[in-house]
Design a protein around this ligand. Structure first.
Ligand code: NAD
Length: 345
């Protein structure tokens, strides 16, 4: 079956998660130690098992814990140095979804004590105007992270604009130098893109070992799939990428101990695609019609949740899995940037 085959429906129904019991065949140790990440609080470890009950990887709770840790650290920094970490967001145009994302990021910053700076530019502004705002934030010592909300209007050259953010403030980790360093052995990026970083941090917090495991990443976008594969490889997994031209994606995915899916296709990954006991991180956020919902739709992942939860040892829900981790990683990147720029430990 070709990877592009879309499964518009599966047996997904909104009801409480069923088998949350942890049974053990192989308890995974916590040797994964990556200094890009925050402190080492651990959630109940996950066993890879051939059992039919799964554990929910609760991104919402883990993200809350991370945000609490960040808030405590920022309080200490403010108290001892007077430094306030700052994040600048550039929004071009008036897309409702982008406005909501920016608002959420601003609120998350406020909650942990990060100062937010905003530049709202009209849809028809020029590339030069956007770059001028980026330049001002680049040189503003109160700003430690800059992010340009995507997508940009069609008339703008995304790469040119993203490249204008200096690498030291590229908290989204999208600058080619950061991605290049991520791909190279013996080099460290200053920042790792937030969503894939959040996926790996979730595995780490649940003590799910990556080293030596077979991993499949579905999707190869610059912002999720490709950096997720690089991160898994850095953590010594054997990584295969599945994309829209992959033949036999089911067969390939079924060999994986760890699956990260970021295709943006509702219910693409069926239970039959998954190896018993595998761990699944579902990045996809896909709206599907739901006449019972007030909004007329609900959000589902790429993975057919009910089928998968009968097969795998652990899985993230959608929503409440990777999404909250992404914002927590943005805050973490901003804090690290402030510490690096001010030479704090
Ligand atoms: P994208 O469209 O840029 O990339 C999708 C990738 O999936 C492409 O590489 C494509 O080759 C691959 N693909 C598409 N159809 C496929 C198929 N049938 N089989 C195999 N591969 C296929 O999307 P993106 O920006 O990487 O986002 C992917 C999904 O993740 C979306 O649903 C998006 O909303 C979601 N997302 C979630 C978060 C979060 O914080 N949870 C963040 C970013 C993106």
């Amino acid at each position: 079956m070709a990877a592009s085959t879309v499964f518009a429906d599966c047996c997904w129904v909104a009801r409480p998660f069923r088998g949350l019991h942890l049974r053990r065949t192989l308890l995974l140790s916590s040797r994964f130690n990556n200094r890009m990440f925050l402190s080492s609080s651990v959630f109940a470890p996950v066993a890879m098992t051939t059992d039919t009950s799964s554990k929910l990887l609760d991104g919402k709770s883990v993200a809350k814990k991370i945000r609490d840790e960040i808030a405590i650290e920022i309080d200490k920094i403010k108290e001892t140095t007077g430094i306030v970490p700052g994040l600048a967001v550039i929004l071009v145009g008036s897309r409702k979804d982008s406005q909501t994302y920016v608002r959420n990021k601003k609120k998350a910053c406020e909650d942990v004590g990060i100062a937010s700076y905003e530049a709202n530019l009209p849809e028809d502004c020029s590339e030069e105007e956007v770059i001028e705002h980026i330049s001002q934030f680049n040189t503003n010592p109160s700003v430690h992270g800059i992010l340009v909300q995507l997508p940009l209007p069609r008339h703008m050259h995304e790469e040119k604009i993203l490249n204008a953010v200096i690498i030291e403030k590229d908290v989204d980790g999208f600058h080619p130098l950061n991605i290049g360093r991520l791909a190279m052995q013996g080099r460290d990026p200053l920042f790792v893109p937030c969503t894939p970083k959040g996926c790996i941090e979730l595995l780490r917090r649940y003590e799910i070992e990556i080293k030596g495991k077979r991993a499949v990443v579905i999707g190869r976008s610059n912002i999720v799939g490709m950096p997720a594969a690089l991160l898994l490889q850095r953590a010594n997994a054997t990584v295969t990428m599945v994309h829209s031209y992959t033949k036999n994606p089911e067969e390939i995915t079924k060999q994986a101990d760890i699956v990260i899916s970021a295709a943006g296709v509702a219910n693409l990954v069926r239970g039959s695609w998954l190896k018993p006991g595998a761990v699944v991180i579902d990045v996809g956020i896909n709206p599907v019609d739901d006449p019972e919902s007030a909004r007329g739709y609900r959000l589902v992942g790429d993975v057919c949740f009910d089928e998968a939860s009968e097969v795998v040892s652990a899985i993230t829900p959608v929503p409440g899995g990777v999404g909250p981790m992404t914002i927590a990683m943005l805050l973490s990147n901003t804090l690290s940037s402030a510490k690096r720029l001010h030479k704090l430990k």
